[in-house]
Write a protein that binds this ligand. Structure first.
Ligand SMILES: NC(=O)c1ccc[n+]([C@@H]2O[C@H](COP(=O)([O-])OP(=O)(O)OC[C@H]3O[C@@H](n4cnc5c(N)ncnc54)[C@H](OP(=O)(O)O)[C@@H]3O)[C@@H](O)[C@H]2O)c1
Length: 296
């Protein structure tokens, strides 16, 4: 069997188009322009490039964007004061603090200072709690992107054995939680694996849907660890070299070439989960704007 490739680039383009239309409608019918602010502390090139692509995507969709790039020595108090000001700014519906923050700043204090109604990354405990009880305002971006890939590729999750490799707060735990909810696009039986799991392959090889967000070793999930006909979602992103033009060469946690011969469907890296994360951030920003105006 050669797997169907789940094309995150194509699916994310479709969602971008839908969001663009929704943003135009909000403006026309309600005079609302969704607004996203990005806060970057320090000059890490990878973080700078993530922020730039978020700002570009806002511009492309008609979302107002504001960018605060602060020096690495910015103090926690100063950062908290900025968050506080943006919490009160009516033009801003979503606040994104680019992680990681420098070591002298307590990440958790900053994330918890964001108004939960503007927490478009969905990291605040209030939003994680709402997600857990099945009444979310926002869904975290990468897990939401994974769920959309499954839904839009017609993959049945109801009753499926889903195995998630990884238990991070931003991917593994929330995606596991979302897929076990009693709702459409979920209703799965979910197992979560991590570094203390005994015999990882015994779990992965019985998964109908295998979601890998481990980030340990590149291509660690090999064909012998995957069930014939499984759906494989690879979240892992590894930079394994550079092209002659200096562009990063990426691969995932899954050994794509061998696993695609056994799986029913698979996401590539790049071009799978990656492009979905940013559009789900935009989707949360639009939702936040609707919520702030009593429309959602
Ligand atoms: N495409 C995207 O948009 C996107 C977004 C976010 C993340 N990512 C990528 O996804 C990967 C995971 O990210 P993350 O933030 O969730 O990472 P993380 O915080 O480092 O968590 C990794 C998780 O995987 C588990 N793990 C690591 N190696 C393992 C192994 N050999 N066997 C079983 N479990 C293992 C760890 O277990 P313990 O808890 O026991 O340590 C941990 O729970 C990274 O490659 C990251 O770059 C991509």
């Amino acid at each position: 069997m050669t797997a169907k490739i789940i094309n995150g680039t194509e699916i994310s383009k479709k969602i971008r188009e839908e969001l663009k239309q929704e943003v135009a409608r909000l403006k026309e019918e309600h005079d609302i322009i969704p607004g996203l602010v990005t806060i970057l502390v320090g000059d890490d090139p990878a973080s700078q490039s993530y922020v730039s692509s978020k700002v570009r995507t806002c511009q492309e969709l008609g979302i107002y964007s504001e960018r605060h790039d602060l020096p690495a020595e910015t103090g926690e108090k100063e950062l908290l004061a900025l968050v506080e000001r943006l919490n009160k700014d009516p033009k801003i519906h979503g606040i994104l603090v680019q992680l990681p923050l420098p070591e002298h700043i307590n990440e958790s204090s900053v994330l918890m200072a964001i108004d939960p109604g503007k927490d478009v990354d969905c990291f605040h405990p209030v939003n994680i709690g709402k997600l857990m009880i099945g009444e979310p305002d926002f869904l975290p971006c990468t897990p939401h992107g994974i769920q959309e890939l499954l839904l839009r590729s017609g993959i049945e999750t109801e009753g499926a054995d889903v195995v998630v490799v990884g238990r991070s707060n931003i991917v593994g735990k929330p995606v596991a939680n979302m897929l076990l909810q009693k709702k459409a696009g979920a209703n799965a039986t979910v197992t979560v694996c991590h570094t203390r799991t005994r015999n990882l392959a015994s779990h992965t090889s019985r998964a109908d849907i295998l979601i890998v967000a481990a980030g340990g070793k590149p291509r660690a999930i090999t064909a012998d660890m995957v069930k014939e006909g499984a759906v494989v979602i690879d979240v892992g992103t590894h930079r394994i070299g550079k092209t002659a033009e200096g562009k990063a060469i990426l691969c995932g946690d899954v050994d794509f070439d061998s696993v695609k011969e056994k799986a029913k469907a698979i996401t590539p890296v790049p071009g799978g989960v990656g492009p979905m994360t940013i559009v789900m951030l935009m989707s949360n920003t639009v939702k936040a704007a609707r919520m702030a105006s009593g429309l959602a």
